[in-house]
Write a protein that binds this ligand. Structure first.
Ligand SMILES: [Ca+2]
Length: 183
């Protein structure tokens, strides 16, 4: 009787102990391939380095534009992959490069006018990376450490465009991502 009771507890605890496949509290993001106008990008392109994935879409201006520009204002030069969650290659006729242009125009009237160097991509409809991540809509930012663990997930806006507290928050998240998960 006692043994059966113990077994039940162990069965209940097993998924909690083994869910990440390693000793980290953070889960690895799934293997992925996304499509760009110049070819595919996959996990392998970021082997051994921390990076950020911005899930967005051609038709997402708020919070997506401010988040993208705040990322580059806060931590310029880091690797950021922009992914459209729309399975349509050109929603409303907007290509990936047209989309990138419109994101870059967002701050053209500001003193900190930027031209983002991030690759703009879209999910592969036959192997939808965003869905695998549980992301069904744009406006989500995921920070990935050098071992491929999801360290932080931002839903919606970090904060107002070019707001110093917001930029400091992003910097803190990135610094934690560089430190990585404890193994
Ligand atoms: Ca600009």
């Amino acid at each position: 009787m006692i043994q059966r009771w113990l077994l039940a507890i162990l069965v209940l605890l097993a998924p909690l102990a083994g869910c990440t496949g390693d000793s980290s509290d953070y889960e690895k993001i799934p293997e992925f391939t996304v499509l760009t106008e110049d070819g595919n990008i996959s996990n392998n392109n970021f082997d051994g380095q921390a990076y950020v994935i911005v899930f967005s879409a051609q038709w997402c201006s708020n919070p997506c534009h401010a988040n993208l520009h705040n990322l580059n204002l806060s931590v310029p030069g880091i690797d950021v992959l922009v992914v459209s969650t729309d399975i349509d290659a050109e929603p409303n006729g907007v290509t990936l490069s047209m989309w990138k242009d419109s994101v870059n125009e967002f701050d053209d009237d500001n003193e900190n006018n930027q031209t983002l160097q991030y690759p703009f991509s879209r999910v592969d409809p036959t192997n939808n990376f965003a869905s695998e991540m549980g992301i069904e809509s744009p406006g989500t930012v995921v920070f990935v450490d050098s071992l491929g663990h999801e360290m932080y997930r931002q839903l919606g806006m970090f904060g107002a465009y070019n707001d110093q507290a917001t930029l400091d928050t992003i910097k803190g998240i990135w610094d934690d991502t560089l430190l990585g998960s404890t193994e």
